[in-house]
Design a protein around this ligand. Structure first.
Ligand code: FAD
Ligand code: EGU
Length: 472
């Protein structure tokens, strides 16, 4: 410091939550030389016995990869992931139709959640200025002093003070509880009526049961199933369905009957005995969407990841958005020379609009998919996206491309999408008006069989209307 000329003792940053975002954040702060203390309520998952076949996987895309790249983990995580170059749409008749995500290099990765968490914790621990404290559950804390009380697995309490508290304790954050008591803190949460259940699709004769480098989707309006590949050649299938539908299925026969009706091609692949058993292993899980602001309190505390913005998974962006939180915060730390009193308000100002935008997008896509996305519609929409993008690559960029393959700010991607939507609608109007003029001119010239023409015009009109509402 100025007076003694000695280097100031680096500040203590407490990261509450050692999940995906907390563990990554520990690396970002440790890299800057802070003394980092991570407090995680669960036991050290690196020592926990691996529960076979219970691997939940996630789609890692550009935003998340950029964050991992910043801490030197991108190659390692990518090498342990499985590339998915396209979606594979399964129709009720079992027909499979691939739709590429984009050009050659544009793919997303299926990564195992537990393995990713372990790699991030291991990396955090390589920094000498980082300490991981497991089985420490945050019980209470005060913003004024930055004093936190943790309860340990033996019931004892431990009080810790930190210069900065980073709340990465997930959708049901204990850190956020203190925010809720303060005036001018905005908060909303929405549980959607759908739940999700994970089922495992085993390998057949040691090989993947389906093509591995695809995100498999069975879009059935109200119901949907998706499947992501795992390194052990299994697929983790996630069934999305309203809770009331889950509750209607109470016997093994009813499970088979349901799958026979909606996902017949998966019965021989998952196995009917496994279906009968695994369907009742765990109840369907709930999905909540949380939005709040501001993300900070003074220069003392900041929320990141699901603690700040839990999103429904219908864009595969929750973790990617949380990882991007870490990059954005770090960029602002650089910009304001690590002065927390400037960094924290700026982080709220910059990041809230984007995290709210992805929360809204994911919810919008959920409602879209539930309302009218079956396999035909999904195929049609994505093909329209890709055709328009092919015709006007710099003008029409599909929304999912901006979200998944660029770091375009989420709120700017939404604005651009609305602009494109208007452009296409106007384009459609003009082209259909033009078509009507040409056709009527031809009619006057040589009137053909009117009935045939009316049928053709009606068909054209219906397709145009579908096109109009299609580019999402
Ligand atoms: C079905 C489903 C599918 C998904 N698919 C994708 C996908 O494909 N791609 C994607 O990017 N995202 C996906 N997500 C979202 C992703 O799982 C989350 O966004 C991500 O896990 C958020 O990470 P986090 O570290 O913020 O929170 P969490 O992963 O929830 O970690 C929070 C951590 O804090 C700990 N903790 C909680 N309370 C306390 C406390 N009081 N004291 C101490 N520690 C505490 C918890 O034990 C946990 O380790 C999906 C989510 C679901 C539900
Ligand atoms: C582990 O559990 C889960 C649960 C849901 C998801 C993921 C993993 C991964 N997800 C991805 N979604 C997109 C996307 O942008 N959109 C619009 C899509 C949205 C839905 Cl719902 C869908 F089924 C396909 C696409 C698609 O385009 O392929 C990606 Cl790109 S990856 C959703």
């Amino acid at each position: 410091d100025k007076s003694t000329g000695r280097p100031t003792k680096k500040k203590v940053v407490a990261v509450v939550g050692g999940g995906l975002v907390g563990a990554l954040n520990a690396c970002f702060f440790a890299k800057r030389g802070f003394n980092v203390e991570v407090f995680e309520s669960r036991e050290d998952i690196r020592q926990a016995k691996v529960v076979k076949g219970r691997s939940i996987n996630l789609a890692l895309s550009h935003r998340g990869r950029q964050a991992l790249k910043h801490v030197g983990l991108e190659e390692k995580i990518v090498s342990q992931g499985i590339p998915m170059h396209a979606r594979m749409i399964h129709s009720p008749s079992g027909k499979q139709s691939p739709i590429p995500y984009g050009k050659k290099g544009q793919y997303i990765l299926s990564v195992d959640r537990a393995n990713l968490n372990k790699e991030l914790l291991r990396e955090a621990e390589t920094y000498p200025n980082t300490k991981l404290n497991f089985e420490h559950k945050l019980h209470d804390w005060t913003a004024e002093t930055g004093l936190m009380t943790f309860v340990r697995s033996d019931g004892s309490k431990e009080q810790i003070k930190a210069d900065l508290i980073v709340g990465c304790d997930g959708a049901f954050s204990a850190i956020r509880k203190q925010f809720l008591r303060r005036s001018r803190f905005n908060y909303s949460q929405t549980y959607i009526p759908h739940g999700y259940m994970e089922l495992t699709m085993p390998p057949i004769n040691g090989q993947f049961a389906m093509k591995p480098n695809y995100l498999h989707i069975w879009p059935r309006n109200t119901f949907m199933m998706i499947a992501l590949p795992n390194l052990d050649k299994t697929f983790t299938c996630t069934l999305f369905m309203p809770f009331e539908e889950f509750e209607k299925i109470t016997t093994g026969d009813e499970v088979i009957e349901f799958f026979q009706k909606y996902f017949p091609d998966t019965i021989p692949l998952i196995g009917s005995d496994a279906l009968r058993r695994d369907y009742f292993r765990l109840p369907a899980q709930a999905m909540v969407s949380v939005k709040c602001s501001p993300y900070h309190i003074n220069d003392k505390c900041v929320l990141m990841g699901d603690a700040a913005h839990a999103v429904v998974p219908f864009y595969g962006q929750g973790m990617n958005a949380g990882f991007e939180d870490c990059i954005v915060f770090d960029e602002i730390m650089e910009q304001f020379n690590e002065d927390f009193s400037s960094v924290l308000p700026e982080y709220t100002r910059v990041r809230v609009p984007d995290d709210h935008a992805i929360a809204d997008l994911a919810m919008y896509n959920y409602i879209e998919m539930r309302a009218h996305v079956n396999s035909k519609w999904f195929l049609f929409r994505k093909h329209v996206d890709n055709i328009l993008h092919f015709i006007m690559p710099r003008t029409i960029i599909p929304l999912y491309t901006m979200v998944t393959f660029t770091r375009t700010r989420y709120h700017e991607a939404v604005e651009r999408w609305h602009w494109q939507d208007k452009l296409i609608n106007h384009g459609l109007m003009f082209s259909s008006a033009g078509a009507v003029l040409v056709v009527s001119f031809m009619l006057i010239k040589n009137p053909p069989d009117v009935n045939k023409l009316i049928f053709a015009a009606e068909n054209l009109w219906n397709r145009l209307m579908a096109l109009k509402t299609s580019v999402i």
